[in-house]
Design a protein around this ligand. Structure first.
Ligand SMILES: CC(=O)N[C@H]1[C@@H](OP(=O)(O)OP(=O)(O)OC[C@H]2O[C@@H](n3ccc(=O)[nH]c3=O)[C@H](O)[C@@H]2O)O[C@H](CO)[C@@H](O)[C@@H]1O
Length: 367
């Protein structure tokens, strides 16, 4: 087979759909420097900031909302779906795409539909259990489905025959030498090299419960000698942190260079978004996972295998209080040996080649 010449990548909404798309786009570009990469997004999603910033061509197609549950009638009828699929089809034709690769989010559906009508190969990448509603619709049009994690094959009937490829992650993360980058990262955030760092992130949109609980525990953490690097997250209200703490507590709105945060961290406190789990484990970073409680348990499912392997802890959203943080995080953050063991266990679960594996799968689809 010759080199790939033109590919359409569809995915949008939050970071969880967009960062794997970008990491895969980077892999395409590495292997096929002349390739034309066109991404499809919706007018309002985070793709509008993240994709142009990464230097890729983003085309917006008219938005429409899918219900949370699957209803195939949607595909036959509405006007808005037709308009979106028509717009996706025009772009596919214009760039003469050879394959459409979708990562989920509402905007993927019109891309799948348009590709199917043109008999183009479609590849779906899915990271959750249950699979997202857009990708479940896409699965009506293709059997080429790739997943990020082993538990997905066992826990979702629709994914039983999927190919396990892992999650495409940014090479800034997968190729990072954490100890080597650490001094620069600490300096960048104004953190001290002699005290442990708790890195707090509620995923791409942020997490209110986590933000408020950790901020409320700021004094106790600081007096125990634990520094905090706290990412507020794109869609969250600011919170108050006392300004007379004896050690640094650094709040940043959002990190475009997430690898710097990972490099500074000794321990992570985060939600269980699939990409976050893929990143912490790829890096061998011990983490305390606080799954988002309102999404079909998908985040609990993501985090559980890591926790069972010894690479992290799991706490219910409702149990994450300043007292819990003091009782559990303070002793753990100060126990270098336990952190090292947890890090090794996390790394045993993690993988770094999701971008290359997905590329292999896509090449099979077009050959
Ligand atoms: C509430 C909800 O439904 N969340 C879903 C959403 O999470 P969400 O969109 O938060 O995605 P993930 O937690 O999976 O990934 C977050 C991504 O954002 C990056 N990042 C985050 C903060 C920051 O400041 N800078 C930065 O670059 C992380 O490095 C990571 O690459 O999509 C995931 C993947 O489909 C799902 O598993 C989650 O359940």
């Amino acid at each position: 087979m010759g080199p790939l010449r033109s590919v359409v990548l569809a995915g949008g909404g939050t970071g969880g759909h967009i960062y794997p798309l970008l990491a895969f786009a980077d892999a395409l570009r590495r292997h096929f420097p002349q390739i034309r990469i066109t991404t499809l997004g919706s007018p309002k999603g985070m793709e509008n900031q993240l994709i142009p910033a990464a230097g890729y061509d983003l085309r917006s197609i008219p938005a429409f909302q899918l219900p949370r549950s699957l209803n195939l009638d949607l595909l036959r009828t509405p006007d808005r779906m037709y308009r979106s699929a028509h717009a996706a089809g025009e772009i596919i034709d214009e760039v003469q795409a050879e394959v459409v690769v979708g990562f989920g989010g509402y905007v993927s559906v019109p891309a799948y539909l348009a590709a199917w009508r043109r008999e183009l190969p479609i590849v779906i990448h899915e990271v959750n259990v249950p699979p997202g509603v857009a990708n479940r619709m896409g699965m009506k049009f293709t059997k080429r489905v790739a997943v990020g994690f082993p538990h997905q094959l066992e826990q979702a009937e629709a994914l039983r025959n999927a190919r396990l490829v892992g999650v495409p992650l940014r090479t800034g993360i997968t190729h990072m030498d954490r100890p080597a980058l650490r001094p620069q990262a600490l300096y960048h955030f104004g953190l001290r090299p002699d005290l442990p760092v708790l890195f707090v992130s509620g995923g791409s949109s942020g997490a209110r419960t986590i933000n408020l609980a950790v901020a409320a525990a700021a004094k106790r953490l600081a007096h125990a000698g634990i520094q905090v690097l706290h990412v507020q997250g794109g869609r969250n209200d600011p919170f108050e942190v006392p300004n007379d703490l004896p050690v640094p507590y650094v709040v940043v709105p959002y990190l475009s260079d997430m690898q710097l945060g990972y490099a500074a961290a000794d321990l992570m406190l985060c939600r269980g978004g699939a990409i976050t789990v893929a990143e912490t484990t790829a890096l061998g970073l011990p983490a305390i996972y606080v799954p988002y409680p309102f999404s079909n348990q998908e985040q609990r499912r993501n985090a559980l295998p890591v926790v069972e392997a010894g690479g992290g802890l799991l706490v219910d959203n409702s149990e994450l209080t300043p007292d819990w943080i003091e009782r559990n995080i303070v002793p753990l953050a100060r126990d270098r040996q336990r952190l090292a063991q947890m890090g090794t266990a996390a790394a045993g679960y993690g993988r770094r080649d999701g971008d290359e594996q997905l590329l292999r799968f896509v090449l099979e689809a077009v050959s």
